[in-house]
Design a protein around this ligand. Structure first.
Ligand code: NAD
Ligand code: GLY
Length: 363
């Protein structure tokens, strides 16, 4: 068992990482000050795999469980789905002490967290992430949201969970494509924070791809430690937390312009990391040798490193201006200045972005 504390004063919480952890979830939750009615939110892929098992362990620990199974996929992160979950919470008799438990990937975590943050002005929230992306990123740090027709994650809150339970065994059923997409975020942590971890990934990436339990456990623990450290410095993204957005400014533009679902989030971030490293080099912030190492690690797991055919660079730049990260019309990027160090750079010029993207467009 690996145990990390996210130190946020009265909002502090533990992250537990272990194989087979969902079998002990009832015991853990019964030791927390929680009401007995539970809304367990999962999706149509994860529900059939783990929903019954989790419901059973909670029932055995004395909880009454209502299982809400939402359609799998990004299109489920809507106010309509949130409203359906409010109805279920009400019907099941959840009061302010009763938890919403998210069992699934980032979609389920963000949606269930948004419901937990808003139902009765906030009820306890517990994360049980089941994708690599959710285990290393979205389940930690308290960003919860649903999408608006005009933008991703536009309606949301910072709402920390009471605990995060990461069962590494759940990754055995995850598709290889989803695992690789999660690895993009893993590489991100190496680039922005930890050069030794980046070097470890260069040496051990095959072990991770083969889902060796030790390697996965180490990767998840390291990423959670880094994410916790960043969030502890800047919980509500007033500044430093934005380094976690490395690769995401270009990545979000790709997702928006190709239509959500063509590229998995991590695949778009993979392209974004390579292009934003190039941008940093063009701006004189990063050495060419570092760009090559980043690109080599990304492409060693067959993640994309170039922009897709047919994208308009002007449309991409326009899309970057609609990103939540834009303030006062200034384009902001989280850029690496070395492997293991990143800075938030405001006011990057359109011409620097244009020439970087133009070099990496597949025609
Ligand atoms: P996801 O939740 O859609 O999961 C990916 C797919 O894997 C889904 O089809 C899901 O049903 C399936 N799945 C999940 N666990 C599985 C398992 N163990 N076995 C088999 N199949 C499984 O996607 P994701 O990549 O986990 O998360 C993406 C979402 O996370 C986006 O909405 C993004 O905005 C959000 N996100 C939030 C934060 C944050 O800080 N809150 C950070 C990054 C991303
Ligand atoms: N995923 C970026 C953040 O949590 O800030």
């Amino acid at each position: 068992m690996r145990n990390i504390n996210v130190a946020l004063g009265s909002r502090s919480y533990p992250i537990y990482i272990a194989n087979g952890l969902i079998n002990d979830l009832g015991t853990y939750l019964s030791e927390m000050p929680l009401g007995k009615e539970v809304l367990l939110v999962t999706d149509t892929n994860v529900g059939p795999l783990y929903g019954q098992k989790v419901a059973d362990v909670l029932l055995r620990a004395g909880f009454q469980v209502a299982v809400a199974q939402v359609p799998a996929g990004e299109s489920t992160k809507t106010l309509d789905q949130a409203a359906r979950l409010y109805d279920m919470a009400f019907d099941h008799g959840l009061d302010r002490t009763c938890p919403v438990v998210a069992l699934g990937g980032g979609v389920v975590g963000d949606l269930a967290g948004f419901v937990a943050a808003t139902y009765m002005r906030g009820v306890p929230f517990v994360q049980v992430p089941t994708t690599l992306l959710a285990q290393v990123d979205s389940s930690v740090g308290g960003k919860v949201a649903v999408n608006h027709p005009r933008g991703k994650n536009i309606i949301g809150a910072f709402y920390q969970p009471r605990a995060v339970f990461i069962d590494v065994d759940t990754l055995t059923t995850l598709s290889l494509r989803e695992l690789k997409a999660g690895l993009a975020e893993v590489i991100k942590y190496g680039v922005i924070w930890d050069k030794e971890f980046f070097a470890w990934l260069e040496e051990n990436i095959t072990r991770v791809l083969n889902r060796e339990a030790d390697a996965l456990g180490y990767v998840i623990e390291t990423c959670c430690i880094i994410k916790a450290a960043v969030v502890e410095q800047d919980e509500t993204e007033q500044g430093r937390r934005a380094i976690l957005n490395y690769g995401h400014t270009v990545g979000h533009a790709i997702e928006t312009l190709t239509g959500y679902g063509t590229y998995l989030h991590g695949e778009a971030v993979a392209v974004g990391m390579v292009l934003e490293a190039q941008l940093a080099r063009k701006m004189g912030l990063l050495e060419e040798e570092m760009v090559i190492r980043i690109q080599n690690l990304v492409s060693s797991i067959q993640l994309p490193v170039s922009l897709p055919t047919g994208l308009s660079i002007n449309d991409m730049i326009k899309s970057m201006y609609t990103d939540k990260k834009v303030t006062q019309s200034k384009l902001t990027f989280a850029l690496p200045t070395s492997i293991g160090v990143a800075e938030v750079i405001r006011g990057v010029t359109e011409s620097e972005i244009f020439s970087t993207l133009a070099e990496r467009l597949i025609v």
